[in-house]
Design a protein around this ligand. Structure first.
Ligand SMILES: CC(C)(COP(=O)(O)OP(=O)(O)OC[C@H]1O[C@@H](n2cnc3c(N)ncnc32)[C@H](O)[C@@H]1OP(=O)(O)O)[C@@H](O)C(=O)NCCC(=O)NCCS
Length: 327
């Protein structure tokens, strides 16, 4: 049986650090409120005119190729999970393939908000498992600063920019992606969305004046759905794979809010030493959170470790992947 194994990981965040204290000069908030409600201390922001999300994808991708010691020409397929593509079209995946020289690869973008990377990883794994593709790169990246209203204290405190990339390759060993549960419910779309800029409400002076090109979020509602669904799907994947809490080595949960992550860990019965977090430094980078976690904690993973990845995001979209670390 062929499984898809993650064989390399890399992450990238831009240099500029936006601290809680700096945000407190922009809106009526403070470091203590933000830390206690979200666990976020600072986030990174990509500056520079014309610098879209592909800039961060390219950094993550080139570092990944170097770490694995392969050429861009070896890549068969590249998926970019993002809600902040460089442009509506062409796909950012095409832009990235061109910039890194992956001329043998085909690719596309996948939009599932904060579950984007998880959905992309599950999708990519199928191309490996069927034997048709040998090296697939999956990137999760968002430049959230491009769609955040820095006059809205309820959203601007949460989000940041960042990217992470993984390489998937086939293995016949008992490691890699073991199982996935993927869910979505479009009736949740009213609670977390960017109204304008798509085909329903193309950009006009009116949409700009109404600030409809920014993220709109009903925080409390999203919070309740996130807590319930992320905890539920994480428990479900453990049950389906007969994993007890002692069997789980690490939980990699979408970094949206420390309180949501804690609730998920509680439901799974895993202690805080197994719950990996970097939300304090990056905030919510949407599609970037899970590969950035893998990048930051890669050194402590051992071959065969049981890892549960869980996400929740706009859409609503949510899900879990059970994987055994492959190196
Ligand atoms: C956004 C979020 C942090 C707000 O925290 P909360 O505890 O729900 O706060 P509320 O929205 O109930 O607001 C409570 C009060 O704090 C105020 N407040 C909101 N943001 C604030 C800020 N940055 N600083 C200070 N006060 C703030 C509100 O105005 C409100 O004041 P009021 O009681 O006088 O009306 C929280 O709802 C959340 O994390 N939601 C989920 C977000 C998420 O995970 N999104 C991504 C999913 S992928």
């Amino acid at each position: 049986m062929i499984r898809a194994a993650i064989t390399a990981v890399n992450g990238y965040v831009p240099d500029y650090v936006l601290t809680n204290d700096e945000i407190a000069t922009m809106v009526d908030t403070n470091d203590e409120w933000i830390m206690s409600r979200t666990g976020i201390k600072e986030r990174h922001i990509l500056k520079g005119e014309g610098n879209g999300v592909s800039v961060m994808c390219v950094e993550a991708a080139n570092g990944l190729l170097k770490k694995r010691g392969i050429s861009a020409l070896d890549i068969d397929m590249l998926i970019v999970a993002t809600v902040t593509p460089d442009m509506v079209f062409p796909a950012t995946a095409n832009v990235v393939c061109d910039k890194i020289g992956a001329t043998n690869a085909w690719g596309f973008d996948l939009g599932a908000a904060c579950s984007g990377f998880l959905f992309a990883l599950a999708t990519a794994s199928k191309f490996i498992e069927t034997g048709t593709h040998k090296k697939v790169m999956v990137i999760g990246a968002d430049k959230m600063s491009s769609i955040i209203n820095y006059e809205d204290r309820a959203t601007c405190i949460i989000f940041g920019d960042g990217a992470g990339a993984v390489l998937l390759e086939p293995t016949t060993e008992d490691v890699g992606i073991m199982d996935s549960i993927l869910k979505s419910d479009g009736s949740g779309r009213q609670y977390l969305y960017q109204k304008a800029g798509g085909s329903a409400y193309p950009p006009t002076e009116k949409t700009i004046a109404a600030k409809e090109h920014f993220v709109h979020q009903e925080g409390q509602t999203v919070f309740k759905f996130a807590v319930t669904n992320m905890a539920q799907v994480s428990a479900e994947i453990m049950e389906r794979n007969k994993l007890k809490s002692n069997d789980v080595n690490y939980l990699l949960a979408h970094q949206a809010n420390k309180r949501i992550i804690d609730a998920t860990a509680n439901r799974m019965g895993v202690g805080e030493e197994k719950v990996l977090m970097n939300i304090e430094r990056y905030g919510n980078t949407t599609s970037g959170t899970i590969p950035l976690l893998m990048h930051d904690f890669e050194k402590q993973f051992k071959k065969g470790d049981n890892i549960i990845i869980s996400t929740f995001g706009g859409g609503f979209t949510w899900g879990s992947i059970y994987l055994k670390w492959a190196y």
